[in-house]
Design a binder for this molecule. Structure first.
Ligand code: HEM
Length: 200
């Protein structure tokens, strides 16, 4: 675990949210069948694809974040394709507003941090469904052997940028918004009506 003032604060302020998203993900239930897992992937894509687009419009130049190398929605598309499920025409999840780069860092903290838990999810999916990083579970494998280095690099860039009180506050608020958006989007049971699309 990296310990830096910014990361310590954002981790502490979002700890409860993390527990909530772990619960709403319902790993056991979602991965009980391949069909349930497909539905989970579809909900994840409906959240990650538009969020990634929104994040990509921020100006990461000079921050130490190579945003292009952190795109992961394509992995969800590949996993859905490997399982014979469509990845087009999915409803978009409601998203957090990202009005500043500091907010972008807070949002990206949630997305990048989830690659750490992804390693645990990957092991569960491998055991429960016999899928792996090469077939159906590449999203949860994310950066594969580079999960640790990618997380540390993100932590350094976020710590450098979020070095003032106002930036830290904006980032923390955006991280909370992002966790809440995830909870709303992913926590919807398959077949239930989904939240409507956010304003741009
Ligand atoms: C069953 C699902 C999940 C499990 C078991 C899980 C587990 C974990 C674990 C063990 C860590 C800490 C890793 C470490 O310190 O080395 C972690 C970190 C993190 N996870 Fe999750 N996670 C899950 C889902 C999620 C989801 C869905 C999100 C986001 C929407 C998320 C966001 C984060 C973040 C932001 C961190 C970084 C915390 C920090 O500052 O150190 N996790 N997760």
């Amino acid at each position: 675990m990296i310990s830096r003032p910014f990361l310590d604060r954002i981790r502490a302020d979002t700890r409860q949210m993390h527990l909530r998203v772990e619960t709403c993900l319902d790993l056991e239930g979602s991965c009980a069948t391949v069909d349930g897992y497909r539905k989970l992937l579809a909900r994840m894509l409906a959240f990650h694809a538009p969020l990634e687009e929104r994040l990509s419009h921020l100006d990461w130049a000079g921050t130490g974040v190579d945003f292009e190398s952190r795109r992961k929605a394509r992995l969800l598309r590949a996993d859905l394709a490997a399982l014979g499920a469509p990845s087009e025409g999915l409803p978009r999840a409601a998203l957090p507003q990202l009005r500043s780069l500091a907010a972008g860092f807070g949002c990206l903290y949630v997305v990048e941090g989830s690659t750490l838990g992804g390693k645990i999810i990957l092991r569960h999916v491998e055991r429960a469904l016999g899928l792996d990083a090469a077939r159906g579970a590449s999203f949860f494998a994310s950066y594969r052997a580079d999960v640790g280095p990618m997380w540390r690099a993100f932590g350094e860039a976020a710590t450098a940028y979020c070095s003032t009180g106002p930036r830290v506050d904006e980032a923390v608020a955006a991280a909370i918004d992002t966790f809440e958006a995830f909870e709303r989007g992913i926590g919807t049971a398959p077949g239930e009506p989904r939240p409507t699309v956010e304003s741009a």
